[in-house]
Design a binder for this molecule. Structure first.
Ligand SMILES: C[S@@+](CC[C@H](N)C(=O)[O-])C[C@H]1O[C@@H](n2cnc3c(N)ncnc32)[C@H](O)[C@@H]1O
Length: 291
């Protein structure tokens, strides 16, 4: 397991009890289904609570149960109504995170007792968030499920550093790619050399742990040593840090400056199109687990 947040491991889901404020509201009406509840796979955005969608806000404000993980700001948890049943299924410092099968089981069980269940996930639920796996599991167990897209960290974190992920002069294509893959997933890993040749820009999630190897592969694939690169740690929230340098220097500079997870790595000419003046101030918020 990498030091970065990537999902599953051993313990069971933790019931955090019920929220204790404001009147409880019922969730929105659902379509015909075999179980009473609908699970909404909701994107929480990258951290800044103002990047939450209106739909996510409405669902959070009216949900009967909430299942959330580490990359979700506390300010969003304040939106839930009194009586909402809360389950934390993220990684805790010094502990393993909740295994995916436990999270799946919690969601199915909650759908038997509640009408509106929000499964809140950092960023976008379908981008390196296991949203697809959870949706399939729920459908296979007769549970009504809807996805609510969110603002992904791979666009927002660079934006909060003033970096556009595409640019007419510098990048007509961009690839969202994970730098951390499970070895047992049963298909070939990321072809970094191929990506060096075919994508103008790369936005790498969970990339710090294997960064040295990734950079070496990209250089071997034909990217020049001076290719601009950036790392944005803890994008959009308190403690955001960014580093801009060349691809050749990236791994050493990340190590020397002690950058850590969660972080987005951007590689490509778009980094040189950075406009720091357009970068918003990071939001002063706390995450459930301090980064
Ligand atoms: C399991 S992936 C989840 C991605 C999420 N579904 C999304 O769309 O943003 C977790 C990784 O996303 C990236 N990430 C999430 N939030 C971030 C943030 N606020 N700043 C920088 N990177 C972030 C990091 O690479 C982190 O290790």
């Amino acid at each position: 397991m990498s030091a970065e947040t990537s999902g599953s491991e051993t313990l069971g889901a933790e019931i955090l009890g019920t929220a204790a404020k404001g009147p409880q509201t019922m969730g929105p009406p659902t379509s015909a289904q075999s179980l009473p509840g609908t699970v909404y796979l909701v994107g929480a955005g990258p951290g800044d609570p103002e990047l939450l969608t209106l739909k996510a806000h409405r669902l959070l404000s009216g949900c009967d149960a909430l299942v959330y993980d580490s990359l979700v700001p506390r300010a969003l948890l304040d939106l839930i109504p009194e009586g909402c049943e809360c389950h934390f299924v993220g990684k805790r410092r010094g502990h393993h995170s909740v295994p995916q099968r436990s999270t799946n089981a919690v969601l199915v069980e909650l759908a038997q007792r509640h009408r509106c269940i929000v499964r809140l996930k950092g960023g976008d639920p379908f981008l390196f968030g296991r949203g697809g796996e959870e949706a399939a599991h729920l459908v296979n167990h007769g549970v009504s499920v809807q996805v609510v897209p969110g603002v992904t960290a791979g666009i927002a974190a660079p934006a909060y550093a003033g970096i556009p992920v595409t640019h007419r002069r510098a990048g007509s294509s961009v690839t969202f790619v994970t730098g951390h893959e499970e070895i047992d997933k049963g298909r070939p890993g990321v072809d970094w050399r191929g990506l060096a040749r075919c994508s103008d820009g790369l936005v790498i999630y969970m990339g710090l742990h294997n960064l040295r190897q990734i950079c070496a592969e990209l250089l071997a694939g034909g990217l020049v040593a001076t290719t601009p690169a950036a790392v944005v740690q803890q994008g959009t929230v308190t403690g955001q840090r960014q580093l801009i340098c060349s691809l050749a220097d990236l791994a050493d500079r990340v190590e020397a400056e002690g950058l850590g997870s969660p972080a987005i790595v951007v590689i490509g000419a778009v980094v040189a199109e950075r406009i720091p003046q357009c970068a918003p101030e990071p939001a002063q918020v706390e995450m459930p687990i301090p980064f």
